[in-house]
Design a protein around this ligand. Structure first.
Ligand SMILES: [Zn+2]
Length: 230
């Protein structure tokens, strides 16, 4: 799965060093700032047609980051780097910026990037209702086939996983996001977590059980993996 962590990486703009030999930001800051020059407050400015959050810091090199789902630009620049030099750096990075932004936009348009941080109470309630309704049908069905049932199901918005199972307590947690995706993906996760009531880990026995319960589980898994949580 790839998420904003990967996309949000920073790109050295004017570093002449190889990554391995580049001094740490702290070292650079110390070398660059013998008189304890300090960072200035962030400014939002327009550079080369982009809206950019500009951070002036006692550092040696400028860095460009693409942040968040809207692809906002953030530049950390040395205190005394001239604006024209910063603009030139942005200009040189234009293709890179536009490539990342196109990727964000594609994902957003396909509805495949899902923000798990800013859900309204109504949205959570709607997803909970969908899951309640699905589980009322799915749980009895799968409890009969699998031969075990969870002691409780809890919902939670999570950015790192679709579900989890605590075997000693028999409690299964489902990501609330599942309430906004196709029902067969909810079913995949519920069967996966219920299978953990027999088998921990994802070894041979686990895969054999999944194969027997849901012959198309891998295809469903791939479809689920297309959704990126952040
Ligand atoms: Zn698992």
């Amino acid at each position: 799965m790839f998420g904003w962590g990967e996309a949000g990486k920073r790109h050295p703009l004017n570093s002449v060093h190889q990554p391995g030999e580049r001094p740490s930001r702290e070292q650079a800051a110390r070398r660059n700032a013998p008189h304890r020059r300090s960072a200035r407050p962030a400014q939002v400015v327009e550079i080369e047609g982009y809206s950019v959050t500009l951070l002036r810091k006692p550092i040696r090199n400028a860095y460009l980051r693409i942040k968040g789902p809207d692809g906002h630009l953030e530049i950390s620049a040395p205190l005394k780097m001239p604006s024209a030099e910063i603009a030139a750096l942005v200009s040189r990075r234009r293709a890179w910026i536009d490539m990342w932004r196109a990727r964000y936009n594609t994902n957003l348009l396909q509805g495949k990037s899902i923000d798990t941080q800013h859900w309204s109470e109504e949205r959570k309630k709607a997803a909970r209702e969908v899951l309640d309704e699905r589980l009322a049908r799915l749980l009895p069905h799968w409890a009969l086939i699998i031969g075990k049932r969870p002691t409780a199901i809890r919902y939670r918005l999570m950015s790192s996983r679709w579900g989890s199972c605590t075997v000693n307590t028999g409690i299964i947690r489902l990501n609330l996001v599942l309430g906004e995706l196709d029902e067969d993906l909810t079913e995949l996760i519920i069967v996966h977590e219920m299978t953990h009531l027999w088998v921990s880990g994802h070894g041979k026995e686990f895969r054999e059980r999944m194969q027997a319960y849901l012959p198309d589980w891998q295809e469903r898994r791939h479809r689920l993996d297309e959704h990126q949580l952040f």
